[in-house]
Design a protein around this ligand. Structure first.
Ligand SMILES: C[S@@+](CC[C@H](N)C(=O)[O-])C[C@H]1O[C@@H](n2cnc3c(N)ncnc32)[C@H](O)[C@@H]1O
Length: 182
């Protein structure tokens, strides 16, 4: 039998099942993040957990010419991936916990964390992202209403002085924005 050329799929604590459509964030999450990028004139955005790239496409489109998008995923599920001229788009495949320490410090205006949602994982990712986010930058997290890991992370960040706001989303999954002035 010929060997399958399909890449091996890596499963993680919260993504051990077969990939399914609702791993995509609600469309409104992408649209909202795009508005945030435009309003804040963000130039550098990092997304942890890309999946099919439904949110990435809104982020990339909203970036100005010369802007930088970096996406990380442990698997490559991307569909209809576009890299428009004049923007630097980089997709890094691997475990976020191994890749995040290799990225430049205080570099990203917005970081969107939406990978493995277990508490232990999201906490480690958040701690690594703290040294990557620019001064006055924003760390956004999805699923902060209906999943325990991201929800606990917002409480954790608030305890350590982050200002935070949680927006309801159409499927009541939640999108939280965290910023710090220290
Ligand atoms: C909910 S989906 C991301 C959805 C996407 N952000 C969006 O808005 O449509 C979560 C993704 O995280 C990836 N993932 C899970 N564990 C990971 C890890 N340890 N490192 C990197 N990516 C991971 C999964 O492969 C999956 O594609």
């Amino acid at each position: 039998m010929p060997k399958s050329k399909a890449p091996k799929r890596v499963t993680t604590a919260t993504f051990s099942e077969e990939p399914r459509h609702d791993w995509n964030s609600e469309k409104e999450v992408g649209v909202f993040l795009a508005s945030l990028i435009r309003l804040t004139k963000a130039r550098t955005v990092l997304e942890v957990g890309v999946f099919e790239g439904e949110t990435s496409k809104h982020i990339i489109e909203a970036l100005p010419q010369g802007g930088l998008y970096t996406g990380i995923d442990i698997n490559d599920y991307r569909k209809n991936w576009k890299e428009p001229d004049g923007k630097v788009v980089s997709f890094l495949i691997g475990d976020s916990l191994a890749i995040l320490p290799t990225l430049p410090e205080y570099h990203y205006d917005i970081i969107f964390i939406d990978g493995d949602h277990s508490w232990e994982h999201v906490l480690s990712e958040f701690k690594k992202c703290e040294r990557l986010v620019a001064r006055n930058g924003i760390i956004a997290l999805h699923d902060t209403i209906h999943l325990e890991g991201p929800r606990k992370l917002v409480e954790y960040a608030a305890h350590y002085g982050y200002k935070n706001i949680t927006l309801n989303t159409p499927e009541i999954r939640g999108l939280s924005l965290l910023s710090r002035s220290f």
